[in-house]
Design a protein around this ligand. Structure first.
Ligand code: MN
Length: 362
């Protein structure tokens, strides 16, 4: 354990791990071996390949821009966390996130099992500070529910669902109750990480594309939340907790206002009838993580939306490494202690039951 110091210690609700390049090739059943996700590092692009299809080309500097010591080496990762002042972290896949665009039921199910078994062995067993987000089938709800039950027994606390469902499904579908029921029963948090479940991350080409397309990724994350609130899923499962990752957080009050207006003015057409105001459901059951947003902490101070979490997005380019402490000092300058504690540690502890040793929390 690192010594007490003057860092702002924080839990990260949005971090990532890089999988060994041959993880799926080595662990899938023989007849599926060649079809798992992999990255082909070419001179001009990193090509992500899923089911032998090239799904996305990324500039090589996306991967190399930050490259912290623990990026590919789990033995060094903990030192990066200590240096940044990060205690526990929800750890999402990296290459593995591309499993969410698969269309073959068996392949996707087996690929998710490989990732979950690896994350269990390499992260959960290594430290309670690592909370990997289990990958699940996004094609078949029975497969997802069965795997959710399995990973609950392995000690997972978070389930990762893509923000976009291949084939056009949506989370207002009552079929998903099968997996929500498992999650509620086992106390597993449902997470939606931006940019997952679609190959079409370039929505707009031409002027402004880099910024427009980055913004576009937040829209499906909000849509997941809107569907789960408005369809009554969170009414039927009042103990279920939902978290968006890397989607910002200060949109929550505006979203609540908008849904409440529909509830009030269009309520006669509402099916099913909600037992609570949409904003009350949001405030009770939906959490959101941000990295840099200037308005996220003021939202926690000035509104009733208190489920705002910080995330480092380590080791990705959108994250804060190696400037994490600088970013945190700026974000929490002149912020009341209680709010700082809630955003940096408290909301995360409430969601996942992981507590940093009190001696570290200055
Ligand atoms: Mn992330």
């Amino acid at each position: 354990m690192p010594p007490a110091d003057d860092k702002i210690w924080v839990n990260s609700a949005d971090s990532h791990v890089w999988e060994p390049p041959t993880l799926w090739e080595e662990n899938l059943p023989a007849h599926l071996k060649s079809r798992g996700p992999r990255v082909d590092r070419r001179e001009k692009a990193d090509v992500y390949i899923v089911d032998n299809e090239e799904v996305i080309f990324m500039k090589p500097d996306m991967l190399d821009a930050i490259s912290p010591p623990g990026m590919m080496n789990l033995d060094l990762r903990m030192a990066d966390l200590d240096q940044q002042g990060i205690w526990a972290e929800v750890v999402f896949a990296s290459t593995g996130l591309w499993m969410t665009v698969m269309t073959d039921r068996e392949l996707q199910r087996e690929c998710t099992r490989v990732w979950n078994d690896w994350a269990h062995a390499e992260l959960i067993k290594r430290s309670e500070r690592y909370l990997p987000a289990a990958m699940l089938s996004s094609i078949n709800v029975e497969d997802a529910a069965a795997e959710a039950e399995r990973v609950a027994k392995l000690g997972f606390k978070v389930l990762a669902f893509p923000t976009t469902l291949v084939g056009g499904g949506e989370y207002n579908n009552p079929e998903f109750d099968k997996v929500w029921a498992v999650a509620q029963e086992a106390g597993l948090v449902i997470s939606f990480h931006v940019g997952t479940g679609t190959k079409d991350l370039v929505v707009t080409r031409g002027p402004g594309g880099a910024i427009i397309n980055y913004w576009e990724t937040t829209v499906p994350a909000q849509r997941c939340v809107v569907h789960m609130v408005s369809s009554g899923a969170l009414d039927r499962f009042p103990k279920l907790k939902v978290m968006t990752a890397e989607a910002g957080a200060s949109w929550m009050p505006a979203l609540g206002d908008r849904l409440d207006e529909a509830y009030r003015q269009h309520g006669r057409w509402m099916k099913p009838k909600l037992e609570r105001l949409p904003s009350d459901i949001l405030k009770a059951q939906v959490y959101s993580s941000f990295q840099h947003d200037e308005t996220a902490v003021p939202t926690a101070i000035h509104s009733d939306y208190k489920n705002i979490l910080w995330g480092s997005d380590y080791p990705h380019l959108e994250g804060t490494f190696p400037r994490t402490q600088e970013v945190l000092r700026e974000l929490f300058k002149d912020v009341p202690d209680a709010v700082r504690h809630r955003v940096t540690l408290g909301a995360f502890e409430e969601l996942f039951g992981v507590r940093m040793p009190a001696a570290l929390a200055a």
